[in-house]
Ligand binder design. Structure first.
Ligand code: ADP
Length: 503
């Protein structure tokens, strides 16, 4: 057996899935039906069954949301508040998130198959933390005094970019929402967000909490709906000044094209990854296998920075593989509400089938299946954590982003070879290095073309770490103070001095 599966007989008392309170679009401070009246079904990945119907926003609804956001930006108080007032309201918003942590974690669990316990302990508190991090910056946004070469004086103003459109993926519905919304709020922007169609519910709850916190109407609007309709309407909207997108590289290209063809709005793209984790002969194998499991299986592998290519140096390759299999076999796959579960169901049928088809590709292309490789459970979208060894760079499983619990082991000999092969991908989102040798760590980290390199750790995030890609993994940064910059623009104000020729 590849991994333990819990039987789903979790005691009812452990957790009750909450009533779904918010299923309508949130425009100008109100929950409203879509103009068409259409709704779409949201599916519980534990069972494959429908559990809620949500308003299906389309272009007309995006138009209404943008109108509200435009009005709130052009004439409303939010961009005109002193920064300390935005900070105060954002802090209140953060408190309300923490007060509702259980219900919010449950929404992401039932919508996206995410672990309830992890959501409650990590994702939801980190959302509040992200808001507080940027709230602390809201009253510290300032320009600089310019040093002129002649008789003029000047300074810069850092002004909010305007109405920001945000298109969010399904793998981290809460974290991605706040990674994008928080710096935009601090900057004084107004916002139209589209959560992914697979995971629309927590975003609507956040809209409700924003209103309760006192964030003025029109500042934060949420349109639930599909990518090619509502998402495309945001990317191409003439009255949106900036769009921030996280998702696939293919859709990222569409978003950038739509932004260019409409009004040249600014674009931030955080796209796919095929991230190398490079483990050297001198690594502590216990630690390295632990990082490989965490880096590859966290959030059922539905992570754009997942360690999806694990390069292991030849001296420890066999021992590493053996230990890794032992560890992976201890993974408990099952109901995300059960505290003993490590890995819940994949987000939806589409993703589930896509992952299984990559596993079949791996087998056909000659990789050695060490464990896993099959669906599990009688219903829902559960997949055994899977390890392939003898993976070659040319195989599809080593090239494509699988976004599932599939680990690929690749053997290497030298540091030069590891660097060359790690960089031989169109992506450049993240990388990891495990070694005790400082020179190796320094050489490799400087040679890898990726937005983040973790040394002797993996998936180590913090509010202050700018996060984003090189190459076809996108550009612009979420997180850190760099993300605040993405929602600001610089205006220079210049005046002549008394002895200036312009006087
Ligand atoms: P994935 O392949 O991981 O599902 P996508 O890139 O398709 O990721 O989706 C990420 C987000 O982009 C979702 O909110 C989705 O609705 C949205 N989206 C999908 N297609 C488009 C599109 N053509 N224009 C704008 N947004 C889109």
């Amino acid at each position: 057996m590849a991994a333990t599966q819990n039987n789903g007989n979790m005691k009812e008392a452990l957790f009750k899935v909450p009533d779904i309170k918010f299923t309508k679009l949130f425009i100008n401070g109100e929950f409203v039906d879509s103009v068409s009246g259409k709704k779409f079904e949201t599916i519980d990945p534990r069972t494959g069954e429908v559990f809620a119907k949500v308003a299906e926003g389309d272009k007309e609804d995006v138009d209404l949301a943008v109108k509200a956001a435009r009005e709130a930006f052009d004439h409303g108080p939010w961009p005109r508040f002193p920064g300390c007032e935005r900070r105060r309201l954002m802090m209140k918003f953060a408190d309300l998130i923490e007060e509702n942590a259980e219900e919010l974690a449950a929404l992401d669990a039932i919508d996206g198959g995410k672990l309830y316990g992890m959501g409650k302990a990590l994702d939801i508190p980190a959302a509040a933390g992200t808001l507080r991090y940027y709230a602390g910056a809201a009253d510290k946004i300032h320009g600089e005094t310019l040093k002129m070469s002649r008789s003029i004086q000047g300074y810069t103003l850092r002004e909010p970019v305007g109405v920001a459109g945000m298109i969010i993926p399904w793998n981290f519905p809460t974290s991605m929402f706040f990674t994008k919304v928080s710096p935009a709020l601090a900057a004084g922007c107004t916002i139209v967000v589209k959560p992914a169609e697979q995971t629309p519910l927590s975003a609507l709850f956040y809209a409700h909490l924003a209103k309760k916190a006192g964030i003025p109407d029109g500042v934060l609007n949420v349109i639930t709906g599909f990518g090619p309709t509502a998402g495309a309407a945001i990317a191409s909207h003439i009255d949106i000044d900036k769009v921030s997108f996280t998702g696939s590289t293919e859709v990222g290209k569409l978003v950038m094209k739509a932004a260019a063809d409409s009004n040249l709005k600014q674009v931030t793209l955080e796209l796919g990854g095929k991230n190398p984790l490079i483990i050297f002969d001198d690594a502590d194998i216990e630690m390295a296998t632990g990082l490989a499991v965490f880096g590859s299986l966290y959030n059922k592998g539905e992570v754009c920075v997942a360690s999806s290519r694990i390069f292991v140096q030849e001296g420890i390759y066999d021992e590493f593989a053996k230990k890794l299999v032992e560890k992976v076999k201890m993974t408990v796959v099952g109901d995300p509400f059960d505290p003993s579960t490590h890995q819940g169901p994949q987000v939806d049928k589409n993703q589930y089938e896509k992952i299984l088809s990559y596993i079949e590709h791996g087998k056909r292309e000659g990789a050695t299946l060490l464990t896993g490789g099959k669906p599990c459970g009688e219903k829902g979208y559960y997949i055994e954590p899977t390890i392939f060894s003898d993976v070659k760079d040319s195989m599809l499983i080593a090239k494509d982003e699988i976004f599932g619990p599939v680990i690929s082991l690749l053997k290497f000999k030298t540091i030069e070879e590891a660097i060359q092969r790690a960089n031989a991908t169109k992506y450049g989102l993240a990388a990891g290095i495990v070694t005790k040798d400082l020179n190796t760590a320094n050489t490799v980290s400087r040679s890898i073309r990726a937005g983040v390199v973790w040394i002797n750790c993996y998936l180590a995030f913090d509010y202050d770490i700018p996060y984003g890609g090189y190459k076809m993994s996108g550009f612009g940064r979420d997180s850190g103070m760099e993300a605040l910059d993405q929602y600001l623009q610089t205006k220079c104000v210049v005046t002549p001095l008394y002895d200036s020729p312009w006087l």
